[in-house]
Design a protein around this ligand. Structure first.
Ligand code: 13P
Length: 251
């Protein structure tokens, strides 16, 4: 059985004290979330050390939003997988469209980062998704397949146990424009098929595939009701504890 997960991506928001308050509020309400729904919070690097103390003993797991593509050394400003691990991180998001778009994150780099993360014992939330031009040109299936193949086809069925895929159509991120449940479901089913082609039906069946892009309490229920949508990667709405928890209660 694949896991249902609701993950909050705080992006570059909140100061450390604000982040602590937000996480405390999430932790306080986390027992209102069904036991079978996992919660992950992806916070800025500066916050991770403090936040790992706040969530101790709760069901909330901690994620970074990125990691370096080298183990250690002269890479000023970068944060390694072992550093993340050492502050209690269990996950890292990789390949978010904002990183692909603004920071030149390529699929080649993502292969390196995924390798390092898995070796360090971190789980990976790999983001894929098409932009508006690609959607309008009818290329969304091909774009998502290529992103999955370029990165995940370098890994094993065993590795897939530690990998979550997040489908985030770029045109739906922070725009208030959500993909319809049908639009999201058809891509999720397609991603599962692309995974099955390489790893077999069982691994594909067991892989958690999240939807991200203007997901909020008012639309989460319909999205999560789809057969291949196993939860959400939440941006804006994750900055309000009540909304984040309400989304996680939408199953
Ligand atoms: P929004 O929920 O703000 O659209 O962001 C989605 C996202 O990018 C999560 O990673």
């Amino acid at each position: 059985m694949r896991k249902k997960i609701v993950a909050g991506n705080w992006k570059m928001n909140t100061t450390v004290p604000e982040g602590i308050e937000l996480l405390k509020a999430v932790v306080a309400k986390s027992n209102e979330v069904p036991a079978e729904v996992g919660l992950i919070v992806a916070a800025p690097h500066t916050h991770l050390c403090c936040l790992s103390e706040v969530l101790e003993g709760s069901k909330v797991e901690l994620s970074a939003q990125n990691c370096a593509d080298h183990v250690s050394g002269a890479y000023t400003g970068e944060i390694s997988v072992n550093m993340l691990k050492s502050v209690g991180c269990q996950w890292t998001i990789l390949g978010h469209s904002e990183r692909r778009q603004y920071y030149g994150e390529t699929d080649e780099k993502l292969v390196e980062k995924t390798k390092l993360a898995l070796e360090a014992g971190l789980g990976v939330i790999l983001c894929v998704g098409e932009n508006l031009d690609e959607r309008e040109a009818g290329k969304h299936f091909d774009v998502c397949s290529a992103q999955i193949k370029n990165v995940l086809y370098n890994f094993s069925a065993e590795d897939m146990k530690k990998i979550i895929v997040a489908y985030e159509p770029v045109w739906a991120i922070g725009t208030g424009k959500t993909a319809t449940a049908e639009q999201a479901e058809e891509i999720h089913a397609h991603i599962r098929k692309v995974l099955a082609d390489k790893f077999g039906a069982q691994v594909a069946e067991d892989t958690t595939i999240l939807y991200g892009g203007s997901c909020k309490p008012s639309n989460a229920r319909e999205l999560f009701a789809q057969k291949d949508i196993d939860g959400g990667l939440i941006g804006g709405a994750a900055l309000k504890a009540d909304d984040f928890i309400a989304i996680a209660q939408s199953y």
